[in-house]
Design a protein around this ligand. Structure first.
Ligand code: S3P
Length: 166
C-alpha cells in the first residue's frame, strides 16, 4: 500500500495515477470511492450533510480501503484531521506531496468541486494541517515547480523503489 497525502492541489490524483501505472498497481482515490458509493459529488455531500458527515464517511472509506488489497491510494487533503484515518495509515508507506501554499492555490483556484477552498482562512487551514501531514508521512517529496513525472521519480527514490517497474 502506498498512500499519497497532502493539501488540495498537491497533485495526489495525477501523481498517484502515474505512480500506479509505473508500478503496475491499481490506483484508488478516496474521494472518487466516496462519490461512487454515495452517488453524490463531494461538494454535494458537504452542502447537504455538512463537513462532519463527510469526514465520517471519508474515515470509514479509508479504513476499509487500507485493509483491502494493495493499491496506490490518494486521500483527500483533510483526511488526516480524523484520528481514525491517522491510525489506519500508521506504519504504511505514506508519502507527503509537499506543495507550497501559493502553488496549491494556483493549481486549484476557483475549483467549484472543492468546498474547503471557500472557507475564509485558507492559508490558516494550510498552516494548521502541516504538522499532521509531516507526522503521518514516512517521506516528503517537494512538488512545487516539478512535473508529475519528476515527482513520481522522486517518490520512487524516496521509498527506495528506484528501478521498480522499469
Ligand atoms: C478536502 C480536500 C478534497 C476533498 C474535500 C475536502 C480538504 O480532496 O476530500 O473537498 O478538506 O482539504 P483533495 O485534496 O483531493 O482536493
Amino acid at each position: 500500500m502506498i498512500v499519497l497525502i497532502g493539501f488540495m492541489g498537491a497533485g495526489k490524483t495525477t501523481v498517484g495515477g502515474l505512480l500506479a501505472q509505473h508500478l503496475g498497481m491499481p490506483f484508488v482515490d478516496s474521494d472518487a470511492v466516496i462519490e461512487a458509493a454515495e452517488g453524490l459529488a463531494v461538494r454535494e455531500i458537504f452542502a447537504t450533510r455538512g463537513e462532519a458527515e463527510f469526514r465520517r464517511v471519508e474515515a470509514a472509506t479509508i479504513t476499509r480501503l487500507m485493509s483491502g488489497p494493495d493499491v496506490v491510494l490518494a486521500v483527500g487533503g483533510g483526511a488526516l484531521t480524523t484520528a481514525a484515518v491517522r491510525a489506519a495509515l500508521a506504519g504504511h508507506q505514506v508519502v507527503l506531496l509537499d506543495v507550497a501554499f501559493e502553488e496549491a492555490l494556483e493549481r486549484v483556484a476557483a475549483d467549484p468541486g472543492r468546498p474547503m477552498l471557500h472557507q475564509p482562512d485558507l492559508s490558516g487551514l494550510y498552516d494548521r494541517r502541516q504538522d499532521g501531514y509531516r507526522e503521518a508521512a514516512r517521506v516528503a517529496v517537494p512538488v512545487s515547480g516539478r512535473s508529475p513525472r519528476e515527482v513520481v521519480a522522486d517518490v520512487l527514490a524516496a521509498l527506495g523503489m528506484d528501478g521498480v517497474g522499469e
